[in-house]
Design a protein around this ligand. Sequence first.
Ligand code: ZN
Length: 136
Amino acid sequence: MGIPRFWRETPSRYNLIGTKCGNCGMIHFPPRVVCPSCHRKSIGKMERIHLSSQGTVVSYSIVHDAPHSFKMQKPYAIAMIELEGCCRLTAPIIDCDPSEVKIGMKVEATFRKLGEQEKDDVIHYGYKFRPARSER
Ligand SMILES: [Zn+2]
């Protein structure tokens, strides 16, 4: 099986890439090599797919005790986000005051800060979310 066209043409760092299990159809993020529910049956059947960059906040918490590299940003909100038509992930919410984050808020993925990770920081996020245009 060849590499899907979108995979070759689009730099992955500007997209949320997940995997879809060819056995049960479950979508995972971050991408997995083996489906957690099908195990061996999914080997060789995992397909990389683009995930929607649009999502909805389903829960969140405000982080006050931020690690060193987040010093300039604290407090900040970490949200559980339901991506449109696929799965849930956890990501920081940027471009708004943490007190403005609420359940049901529409958010979109943004990749601007990628590459600013510090070596000794345990938390590595390649993606963040910000309020969707309709919410601003
Ligand atoms: Zn599966």
